[in-house]
Ligand binder design. Structure first.
Ligand code: GDD
Length: 401
């Protein structure tokens, strides 16, 4: 892969947010070096990418997706990666989860891939986390809460169990396996460029095509992304005093974290997880408040945003779903202790407009989008031992223990 070095970086305390980087070649061949001398382009050959992928887990959250799409996504993930599928699909009247397990088992045999699966609402998983004191992810019924973020955090705990250094997240409703393959390689390229152990790589889609008037429109930004990015940039501009548009990936579902960073972040529930990663990183490492992580402050945190060559084709889940996602993002920014009063007011107005069609009761957004504690509060060995012994839905393929 050949891509440019970051051309511009916005800095906030120990955090470096690199502007969007462009890919020049998806595959730049096997040999090292350039034909001519280059100081602006970084080249990764097969082996460099492959070495990073060996240390990477790809976490796939699934809830009631078409099995054909899940199959395609699995086929796009390079063989070196460990795949962790966390499902929240219904178990009755038809056991959709069992159908997913059957599909993965069959495919896994041909792919010879290392795959693990679990159901997010497995009662034993809830019991184990309760016993280990990790209540912030649990619902009142004692099981892990519903929600995409909750599934992703379960995936993180499992990736850590297999000693992975990097974790990437890929949605299971992607129509293009080749795009999935590109996302994973983008994650590897970002980590390969990082100068600190604490890094976040976020995919910026070149296009998110929509069908309008019976033809494909290659639009770049959806409404949710546009508004989320604008408000995250406003947060950053308000803190630094300099206007910026550096953030382009506020909602990026396809993103990756180095494990040392992933372990120390708080996560926000459901679809608010992606924008909240920015907020949490600013609060923890932006130099705004006293930090519990002096070592991380010393080494710095890097955020990469890399633009794909493949367009992003995924399932369209409708307007109400998009409004919910936008509300989650705005609430997350407004809830930040780094958010100045004026911006908070503007965010509240934007949320009120979204809620116009809904009830007029005042919503407690902290309750609606609860915060999940960092996974470094869960003792890894105990979690692994108990999960292997007790969780019935914890399935492993490809010779994994
Ligand atoms: N395990 C689990 N648990 N997975 C879930 C849950 C859940 O409760 N809810 C949804 N998922 C899975 C879906 O099956 C899909 O694979 C993925 O999470 C994303 O959910 P979608 O409902 O398809 O979201 P989207 O496509 O509208 O939005 C995606 O892209 C946005 C950026 O455009 C999400 O990744 C958003 O978080 C992201 O901001």
């Amino acid at each position: 892969m050949k891509l440019d070095f970051p051309r511009y970086t916005e800095r906030l305390g120990a955090v470096s947010i690199h502007a969007v980087q462009r890919i020049y070649e998806l595959d730049s061949g096997k040999s090292k070096g350039f034909l001519s001398s280059h100081q602006t382009i970084k080249k990764f050959d097969y082996d460099e990418i492959s070495n990073i992928l060996h240390d990477m887990a790809i976490i796939i959250p699934v809830k009631e997706e078409k099995l054909k799409l899940l199959e395609g996504v699995l086929s796009g993930i390079p063989n070196e990666c460990l795949v962790v599928i966390v499902s929240n699909s219904p178990r009755s009247p038809v056991d959709r989860f069992e159908m997913e397990v059957g599909t993965v088992r069959q495919l896994g045999r041909f792919m010879d891939k290392r795959l693990v699966m679990i159901h997010q609402r497995d009662p034993a998983l809830g019991d184990i986390l309760k016993k280990l004191g990790y209540d912030s992810i649990l619902a009142s019924d004692g099981k892990v809460r519903n929600g995409k973020a909750e599934g992703m955090v379960v995936g993180l705990l499992i990736a850590r169990m297999y000693q992975k250094d990097y974790v990437g997240f890929i949605d299971s409703d992607n129509y293009v396996p080749g795009a999935v393959n590109e996302y994973v390689k983008i994650f590897a390229a970002g980590f390969g460029m990082a100068t600190t152990p604490y890094s976040n790589v976020r995919v910026s889609w070149v296009f998110k095509p929509k069908v309008r008037n019976n033809s494909l429109q290659f639009s770049k930004w959806g409404r949710v992304s546009e508004i989320t990015n604008k408000n995250l940039n406003a947060l950053l501009s308000n803190i630094t005093g300099f206007e910026t548009e550096v953030i382009k990936t506020g909602n990026s579902g396809e993103h990756a974290l180095s494990m040392p960073l992933a372990e120390s972040l708080h996560y926000s529930s459901g679809y608010s997880i992606e924008p909240y990663e920015f907020v949490d990183v600013f609060e923890k490492f932006g130099g705004l408040f006293a930090s519990q992580y002096p070592k991380m402050i010393e080494k710095g945190v890097e955020i990469f945003q890399i633009e794909t060559r493949n367009p992003h084709f995924h399932e369209d889940k409708g307007r109400a779903h998009l409004n919910d996602m936008l509300e989650a993002a705005l609430a997350t920014i407004a809830g930040s202790k780094a958010c100045p009063a004026e911006l908070k007011e503007s965010l509240e107005e934007q949320m009120a407009q979204l809620a116009e069609t809904k009830s007029h009761r005042k919503t407690d957004y902290r309750k609606k989008y609860p915060i999940i504690e960092p996974i470094n509060t869960v003792p890894g060995d105990d979690f692994a031992k108990e999960l292997r012994e007790k969780a019935e839905t914890f399935s492993r393929f490809g010779g994994l223990r």
